[in-house]
Every structure is written in structure tokens, then in C-alpha cells.
Design a protein around this ligand. Structure first.
Ligand code: DC
Length: 193
């Protein structure tokens, strides 16, 4: 079962690169961030906050989650961008979602998974582990309509949380994507197989 793990901060190119690598190799692609975002949508709707008071309720939402039921646009609103890191820091949420991520890839006989903890936690034995980076200026250019302050806050929370923080696996290949075309990045990743 070929598994390619792609991690990195906001604007590092994960999503675009994961799609392109998957298309090249004929593999499925799993954007794990969508699952955390979907839990954040439900938490906002139901007024559940991360932290001691909401931890059990959030874990229950994650356990029952049907990510297919969400419109991709509703996963990317400014409210969700603001709320998602606190939701993703809940160990109970991660404990519910990680086995589902493994099962999703296993059911497809392998695939490309992207997120923050794929190479460290979800697939520590992945065939290829890549950690994408880019300069702050390049990441700012790519981040879409998410404001710079919000991105910096989200990356800080994602990198400093206790549960599965954003960090390169010791055996990940770090690729600075600044100035590289998607095709060049895909070539490098495919060359690692
Ligand atoms: O990749 P994204 O921006 O859609 O991810 C949204 C948030 O979800 C991100 O700020 C942190 C969290 N996340 C995570 O904790 N672990 C993952 N594997 C993927 C995303």
C-alpha cells in the first residue's frame, strides 16, 4: 500500500502538491484539514467551545462526523479559520479522526495524505514523507483571502499544541517550495519513491 505523507504550514503548497502527486501516480488524496474544519463548523453551529467544558462534546462530534455532508466553501469561512486550531488541539478530536484517516487510505489501497501530523502520527511508516515550507512572503501570496495575522496565529497554535503539533518528522524530506513550479515539486516527490 503506497502512502505519501505531506505536511506543512498554511501556504506551503500542501493541497496543490498533494493533488498533483496523486493525479500523477493515480492515487487517492486525503485532505485531513477538511475533517478538522468540519468538526469546527459543527462546534460553531452548536456553540461548543474547545477546552475542558467542551472536550467531550467535541470528541463526540468528531466520532460521528460525515465530512461528505459539508460544502467545501463552508469549511473555509473566516469563522472556521479562526476556530479550527483550538478544535484540532483537542486530543479527543484527534483520537476520533486519526483512525478514520488511516481507514480511508487503507480502503483505497494507499494514497496521498496531507495535513500537519501525517508523517509523525497518522502514517509514521509512510513510503515517502515530505515537509513543505516556503518563505513568509511566498506563503502570504498563496494563502488566499485569509488575513496574515490569522494565519500567523493558526500556525503558532498548530505548532505549539501538546497533541501532535505541526513538526517535520525526523525522517521527512524538507522541500522549500519557494520559486519552484508545482511540476518541479511533484518531480522531487515522485523521485523519492
Ligand atoms: O490544512 P488546513 O488549513 O485545511 O487545516 C485546517 C486546520 O486543521 C489546521 O490549522 C490545523 C488542523 N489540522 C490538524 O491539526 N491536523 C491535520 N492533519 C490537518 C489539519
Amino acid at each position: 500500500m503506497p502512502v505519501i505523507a505531506i505536511d506543512g504550514p498554511v501556504g506551503s503548497g500542501k493541497s496543490t502538491v498533494a493533488q498533483a502527486v496523486a493525479a500523477r501516480l493515480g492515487l487517492a488524496v486525503l485532505e485531513t484539514g477538511a475533517m478538522y474544519r468540519a468538526v469546527a463548523v459543527l462546534a460553531l453551529r452548536q456553540g461548543i467551545e474547545a477546552g475542558p467544558a467542551g472536550a467531550d462534546a467535541l470528541a463526540a462530534l468528531a466520532a460521528e462526523l460525515d465530512v461528505e455532508a459539508f460544502d467545501p466553501a463552508e469549511l473555509r469561512t473566516p469563522d472556521v479559520n479562526r476556530a479550527v486550531s483550538a478544535v484540532a488541539a483537542e486530543p479527543g478530536v484527534r483520537a476520533a479522526l486519526v483512525p478514520r484517516q488511516r481507514a480511508w487510505i487503507a480502503a483505497r489501497g494507499g494514497g496521498v495524505a496531507e495535513g500537519r501530523d501525517i508523517g509523525t502520527v497518522v502514517f509514521p511508516d509512510a513510503d515517502v514523507k515530505v515537509f513543505l515550507t516556503a518563505t513568509a512572503a511566498e506563503r502570504a501570496r498563496r494563502r488566499g483571502d485569509e488575513d496574515a495575522e490569522g494565519v500567523a496565529r493558526r500556525d503558532h497554535l498548530d505548532s505549539t499544541r501538546a497533541a501532535s503539533p505541526l513538526v517535520a518528522a525526523t525522517d521527512a524530506v524538507v522541500i522549500d517550495t519557494t520559486g519552484l513550479s508545482v511540476e518541479e515539486i511533484v518531480e522531487r516527490i515522485v523521485g523519492l519513491l
